[in-house]
Design a protein around this ligand. Structure first.
Ligand code: PHE
Length: 445
């Protein structure tokens, strides 16, 4: 298991927060959050989502980080070391979820690369002419092109993971994430001042609670886990590189807050524009890619803004995709004694191959029981495996490894943790019951 080499660590507390926020903030916030919100009726969904993030998401994030930091191992190894028995399956489920998520994540990452280039070759004209939807449709039905961009995205991901955590992951996160934040603020100004933007703001911010039902709850739960990178051992793995003196509650709170802020801002860019341009908020996975060209076309120097936006989105996607690949690789490195190079290349390419059906599904109509392959993979991972993983992680900390968790979250009793009681009860009762209830209410294909 241990190869006698001292485990790599983050360079600083800020380094960890940036890396964990880098994992959390990604396509989930800017590509997925707006279209899921659009499909689930707007503001009421947003309120549910935020509540789930700060009650269940925050608690599960702390649980994952304490498990990882105590065990100093990958997702599977951590459960094996702290308890063993069937709990190891939770780690396994996480690795499976990592495979599935990264398989389709690479496809959307590839779209970003395509759109950086397209910014200079016709995307602005399409935006101005109201034909951005056709351009998008033409692209995703061109299977070889989609696959090539997916491959480029995966190669970049593999290369960074192969370089190792300090050298690769941390360095890129620290510099580029703030840029994305600033650009979103600029885009909000453009979007909310479009004529007709008000209707979009109302859709996004004025709740109509009659739109809530079991399916909406499940979508919000799945989105919360996906966006926070929870339920699959990602925060276990990142926590395993965290220095012992860092305060976990503080770091986790900052990550939850940043992630939610970015998703919320993305919605403020997308929905005013969706309504201003008469687009359909429930349009699905293409929503962001169809809406934004319209916005950029309205800005002086639009092509440049567009390219910059998709570049920063690409960076956000890569800081997430490397965390997905890292979960898988950490297992092969710790448990199978693979070299980092072998783990990154072999697993990265296997996951790329696994993503090819998703790559061709949206254009070619490759379906599983009525859902596009990509949607089906997303649904299985985000709405089933991640919440299930979260449920077991909460139970593990709440009932099984409670004393260990209490020690680890207070850094062996050296720092106070004011929310100990609520945290443990959320892990014991609130999160498991809420997740179980949402499954019962909302789980249908
Ligand atoms: N949180 C990432 C995003 O929002 C996706 C992700 C999910 C990353 C699970 C790691 C683990 O894009």
């Amino acid at each position: 298991m241990s190869n006698g080499v001292e485990r790599e660590q983050w360079g600083s507390k800020l380094g960890f927060i940036m890396a964990a926020a880098g994992s959390a903030v990604g396509l989930g916030n800017i590509w997925k959050f707006p279209y899921i919100t659009g499909q689930n009726g707007g503001a009421a969904f947003v309120i549910m989502y935020v509540a789930l993030v700060f009650v269940i998401g925050y608690a599960v994030m702390m649980a994952e980080i304490v498990i990882g930091r105590k065990a100093e191992l990958n997702a599977v190894g951590s459960f094996a070391k702290l308890k063993g028995g069937p709990w190891v399956l939770v780690g396994w489920m996480g690795i499976a979820a990592g495979f599935i998520i990264l398989s389709f994540y690479g496809v959307i990452g590839g779209w970003c690369i395509k759109y950086i280039l397209a910014s200079f070759t016709g995307l602005m004209a399409a935006g101005a002419a109201g034909t951005a939807g056709d351009l998008f449709g033409g692209f995703i039905t061109n299977a070889p092109q989609v696959i090539i961009y997916q491959l480029i995205f995966m190669l970049v991901t593999i290369w960074i993971v192969y370089k190792g955590i300090g050298e690769g992951i941390e360095k890129y996160c620290k510099v580029l994430m703030p840029g994305l934040f600033i650009l979103l603020l600029i885009l909000i100004v453009r979007s909310v001042t479009l004529p007709g933007a008000g209707k979009g703001l109302a859709f996004y911010l004025k709740p109509d609670f009659s739109k809530l039902n079991g399916g909406v709850f499940l979508a919000a739960l799945g989105q919360a886990f996906f966006s926070l990178s929870l339920g699959m051992g990602c925060m276990v793995t990142y926590g395993s590189y965290l220095p012992k003196e860092t305060s976990i509650p503080g770091a986790a709170a900052q990550v939850c807050f940043l992630d939610t802020a970015v998703a919320f801002l993305a919605g403020l860019v997308i929905f005013p524009a969706v309504f201003a341009f008469g687009l359909e908020p429930g349009a699905g996975p293409g929503l962001t890619f169809i809406t934004l060209p319209n916005v950029f076309a309205q800005m002086p120097g639009g092509a440049m803004w567009s390219a910059l936006f998709f570049l920063l989105l690409l960076v956000a996607a890569i800081t997430s995709s490397i965390s997905l690949l890292e979960v898988v690789c950490a297992y092969f490195i710790d448990e199978m004694n693979w070299s980092r190079a072998k783990a990154a290349w072999v697993m990265g390419l296997v996951i790329f191959a696994l993503g090819v059906p998703s790559a061709i599904s949206l254009g070619g109509g490759l379906k599983i029981a009525g859902k596009d392959f990509l949607d089906a993979a997303d649904f299985l991972a985000s709405n089933i495996l991640l919440p299930l993983g979260g449920l077991f992680i909460a139970l593990f900390v709440g009932w099984v490894w409670t004393d260990g968790a209490k020690k680890e979250i207070t850094n062996e009793g050296t720092i106070p943790f004011g929310l100990m009681g609520p945290w443990l009860w959320i892990c014991r009762v609130v999160a498991p019951l809420a997740i179980a209830w949402i499954f019962l209410k909302g789980l249908k294909w």
